[in-house]
Ligand binder design. Sequence first.
Ligand SMILES: Cc1ncc(COP(=O)(O)O)c(C=O)c1O
Length: 367
Amino acid sequence: MIIPFTAALTDAEITAAASLITDILSSGDLVLGQHTEAFEGRAAAMAGVREAVAVNSGSTALEIIFSWLDVAGRTVLVPTNTNYATAAAALRAGARVELYDSGLYPDLDDIAARLSGSVAAVVVVHVGGYLSPRLPELVAMCERARVALVEDAAHAHGAHLHRIPAGGFGVAAAWSFFATKVVTTGGEGGAITTSDNALATFARQYRNQGKTSDGVHILAGNSWRLTEIGAALGTIGLDQLTDDTCTRRAIIDRYRRNLAGTGLTFPDIGENNQVSGHKCIALLADDIDRDALRAAAAEHGVTLARGVYEQPLHRQPVFANLNAGDRFAQADDFAARHICLPLWRSMDAGTVEKVITAVAAATTAAR
Ligand SMILES: Cc1ncc(COP(=O)(O)O)c(C=O)c1O
């Protein structure tokens, strides 16, 4: 059997979800009902904040936050090592996007150098579900500059640093519940978390065609609601999130212990901190060729997926007009040298062992 890089729901989970879906369809209550409310309660608790607003994607969550921050005509600093959506959402909200350098973590010196009076917001992305150990410094830097810090927490469900959960650092966080994330709302979905009640009210209206609860259109909003089915599936996922992140973390720790000395360096997470386990990231030593490593691992029956982002935003044609002429050394180095090891929460010990054996052999073959 070829070991893939991720895996779907278990049979028991599919049976439980199917029965819930049947109940929702029979009730006829398909949007903005009790399941959305329950999901939002769980999402706010995950981020350790007062409010959560469910929406139909991480991209729309970001765009609503940027619209609330009134970024139109102003600059939003976005890491170049991120998903298309982080920059695209800011552009759609009318911002000028300026990229800053970032590897796994943001380059704080580069952010500091780019902070000016025209900057409305800085976005930090918790790539792969890893939280930068320097987040507290970034928070302080943004506070001093009176600039909003927005967390793109699309990968970071359940991660925490010094007991502060992802979502607890910025004025708001955007979450994705897309199919591949640690928790999914059935394929597509998102949420905004914040302790700013006014932002939460804006987001509730924006996602529902800009309507107040009395049905009056006061904003140029959109139809960006999450379905009740999506919310119910997401609630199941959030209820088991702590167990899931612990399971994923144990696998990451095992990879790290057993692959030490093979030319793979794993990020230092810290005993009391937690990652989401969206990805298990490792950096390759300079003398290991990544394509050769992948080919050798495949010969041993292990699929090494593409990296988180192998082409940072400054190398994407659609963003060619951003930051013309700037160099992003950390992003380019990270993009060229990282790999993601197979990781899913129901991964059994035997499979993990097979991956370790295959990757250890592949590192030798790829030198
Ligand atoms: C870092 C990051 N931000 C935002 C998004 C957008 O989320 P969605 O696909 O739910 O719109 C993604 C999607 O993968 C992402 O990886």
